[in-house]
Design a protein around this ligand. Structure first.
Ligand code: SF4
Ligand code: SF4
Length: 237
C-alpha cells in the first residue's frame, strides 16, 4: 500500500472501519503544506497515468519516459509502476510552493491520504482494507476547518469514484485467479500488459498497425475500459 506518506519511517497505522469517523483538513494554511509531497513510493494505477498524462498534455510514452519508474516484479506477476521523484531533491515533480500543480488529476493515493488502502480481488469479489495514517510531520489532524467524516464521505469529498471504478476493473487483471494458481506472463505478454495499461497512445498505434478489425474508442477512459477487458480475455481465457 503506497501513500504520499511513505517517506515517514514510522507512521502510526490504525485500522479504519467503514463506519468510523475521523477529522482531517489539508489546505495551504497548514504549517506542513506540501511536506508530504516528497520521497514517496507513489504507486500509479493505469487510471492515474491516464489522468496525469492528459492533464499535462503529454502522450502516454512521453509521460512514461519523464515521470515513471517501473519496479521489480519479484513476488508479483506484474511490476508496480511508480511516479518518479525529482532526482535533485526527491520532491514530487508536480509540487510547487503553491501546492499540487495537478490537483484536479492527482493520483488516488494522494486523494485518499491520510487513509491508506489495500485492495484484494478474490473469487470475483473486491475486498478493501483501510488504515488511518498518522505521521509526525502532518498537521492535518490538528488544523482548523476539520469536520468529522466516515470513509465513504471522505472518498466522495476527494473525488475517488472514477478511480475506484477503474481499480475494480484493473485488479480483475492484475490479481486474476490464474496468478494464484501459478500462471506467469511471458516477457512478450508482460510488454503487452504494460502497453495496454499504461501506454494507451502506443496501444492505439500498435492495434491499427496489426490491422485488427475491431475499432478502438477515441476516448481514453473508454479505451482503458476496453484494454482491461481485452487483457482479461487474451491472457486468461
Ligand atoms: S496536512 Fe498532511 S497532507 Fe496536508 S500538506 Fe500537511 S503533511 Fe501534507
Ligand atoms: S501529485 Fe500532487 S498531491 Fe500527489 S505528491 Fe505530487 S504534488 Fe503532492
Amino acid at each position: 500500500m503506497a501513500s504520499p506518506a511513505d517517506h515517514d519511517p514510522q507512521p502510526a497505522l490504525t485500522p479504519l472501519a467503514p463506519d468510523a469517523t475521523f477529522a482531517f483538513a489539508c489546505h495551504p494554511g497548514v504549517p506542513c503544506f506540501t511536506e508530504c509531497c516528497q520521497q514517496l513510493e507513489l504507486a500509479l494505477s493505469p487510471y492515474d497515468v491516464l489522468r496525469l498524462k492528459n492533464a499535462l498534455g503529454l502522450c502516454s510514452w512521453e509521460f512514461l519516459d519523464r515521470h515513471v519508474c517501473v519496479g521489480q516484479a519479484a513476488e508479483v506477476a506484474f511490476p508496480p509502476v511508480y511516479l518518479a521523484m525529482r532526482p535533485e531533491d526527491g520532491r514530487c515533480p508536480f509540487v510547487s510552493p503553491k501546492g499540487c500543480q495537478v490537483y484536479a488529476d492527482r493520483p488516488a493515493a494522494c486523494r485518499l491520504y491520510p487513509v491508506g488502502r489495500g485492495t484484494v480481488y478474490r473469487r470475483g469479489r473486491i475486498l478493501r482494507r483501510h488504515v488511518l495514517v498518522r505521521e509526525a510531520h502532518c498537521q492535518g489532524f490538528a488544523t482548523d476547518g476539520r469536520r468529522q467524516m466516515d470513509l465513504a464521505a471522505w472518498c466522495a469529498d476527494q473525488g475517488l469514484a472514477p478511480y475506484e471504478r477503474f481499480e475494480e476493473r484493473t485488479v480483475r487483471v492484475l490479481q486474476h485467479e490464474r496468478l494464484r494458481q501459478g500462471w506467469r506472463p511471458t516477457e512478450k505478454q508482460l510488454d503487452t500488459v504494460l502497453t495496454a495499461l499504461y501506454n494507451l497512445d502506443q496501444f492505439r498505434i500498435d492495434w491499427r498497425a496489426s490491422q485488427q478489425s475491431a475499432p478502438l474508442p477515441d476516448n481514453d477512459e473508454d479505451l482503458l475500459a476496453f484494454t482491461l477487458q481485452w487483457l482479461e480475455r487474451v491472457l486468461f481465457a
